[in-house]
Design a protein around this ligand. Structure first.
Ligand code: CA
Ligand code: CA
Length: 344
């Protein structure tokens, strides 16, 4: 009773105040900022039923679109940022459903038409960032993925039902907010087709090699110049390539597994170094380009790493050719050749 009386009185005061203030919009006195001392707390305690959940009733963070089978351009791309405070793992909506996301979906697709396959995947701007995908389909089911290729998620929906698909991009780690691109496609595409976006620096050893001649095979063969260095001293050692004769013109050619725009070449010479007179790079179509020439001259430092900075080659290469002139020298044995460069 007493409580009701106070509340009623407070309401009358408020109404009176509102009437007094009406018209000129100016406050003649400060409004009451405190409720009556006996006022009850709100009937519904802080209304946050969606914290701890994913809510497809909420407006998507990054928009929505109507897509129909056969849409163009394919893939459809959306730039967005993953991450939020909802720990998806704890929701129990599926074993693949993980990561941290916002309550609101990140994106919404209204799908129509008939298609055999719809793929949705996410590629971060920075390779190695670990995002997840959580999708709610038109019948309310959950489709999730974490690491389809590398750390990048992909969800494939066969014969997708028409209707609303709500998409959350989660961050595997709760403290991450990952900028990247969400792709929607009917094609045979995946994160690997877009990952990195180029510019990734790779250092690699040769996977294959051939030579104008070999002192032996496999010992001292061209194959000895593949892989990482394994000749740890200066000397005539069979784990490095040597030509058949010690005083000839010879060449050694190396092939690499990943095409890169070259920035550095490191030749590990382990006997009689200094007789490389030309370095060529080989592009993906097999064309040769000379990038360095020098005079043959024995270097007292052995073993040594002949390091060549490469600039001005703006196309990817998969091979290196070394021309040697040992006429006035001896066996210039080569243990390994490292290629450093950026992916196109
Ligand atoms: Ca992942
Ligand atoms: Ca070797």
């Amino acid at each position: 009773m007493k409580r009701f009386k106070w509340v009623g009185l407070a309401m009358i005061l408020l109404i009176a105040l509102a009437l007094a203030c009406g018209g000129n919009g100016e406050e003649t006195q400060p409004p009451p900022t405190q409720p009556p001392p006996t006022a009850e707390p709100p009937e519904t305690p802080t209304e946050e039923p969606t914290v701890g959940g994913l809510d497809f009733m909420l407006e998507p963070n990054f928009g929505e679109i109507d897509l129909e089978s056969g849409f163009l351009p394919d893939p459809y791309e959306i730039a967005l940022i993953s991450g939020g405070s909802v720990d998806v793992d704890t929701l129990g909506i599926g074993s693949d459903c993980t990561g941290y996301a916002t309550s609101s979906p990140d994106y919404r697709i209204h799908w129509s038409g008939s298609s055999s396959r719809l793929r949705i995947f996410f590629v971060p701007d920075t390779a190695g960032d670990d995002a997840t995908l959580i999708i709610n389909n038109p019948s309310g089911g959950w489709l999730c993925n974490d690491d389809y290729s590398d750390w990048n998620p992909l969800v494939e929906i066969n014969d997708p039902d028409e209707g609303q698909y709500d998409i959350w991009v989660g961050s595997y780690s709760g403290t991450d907010f990952i900028a990247g691109t969400l792709y929607v496609t009917e094609l045979d595409l995946g994160p690997a087709d877009y990952v990195g976006g180029g510019g990734e620096v790779i250092a690699q050893w040769a996977i294959d090699a051939s030579a104008s001649s070999e002192y032996g095979n496999p010992d001292w063969g061209a194959v000895q110049a593949t892989g990482a260095p394994d000749t740890d001293a200066c000397g005539d050692i069979r784990t490095a390539w040597a030509s058949a004769t010690s005083t000839g013109l010879d060449w050694l050619e190396l092939t690499y597994g990943t095409a890169v725009i070259p920035t550095e070449i490191n030749v590990y010479e382990t006997h009689s170094p200094g007789f490389i007179v030309e370095v060529k790079v080989i592009d993906e179509d097999g064309y040769y380009y000379s990038i360095w020439e020098g005079e043959p001259e024995l270097d007292a430092e052995c073993p040594r790493v002949f390091s060549l900075s490469v600039s001005g080659v703006d196309f990817p290469i998969t091979g290196i050719r070394l021309n040697l002139d040992q006429t006035d020298g001896s066996w210039n044995e080569i243990d390994a050749v490292e290629l450093i460069g950026t992916t196109p």
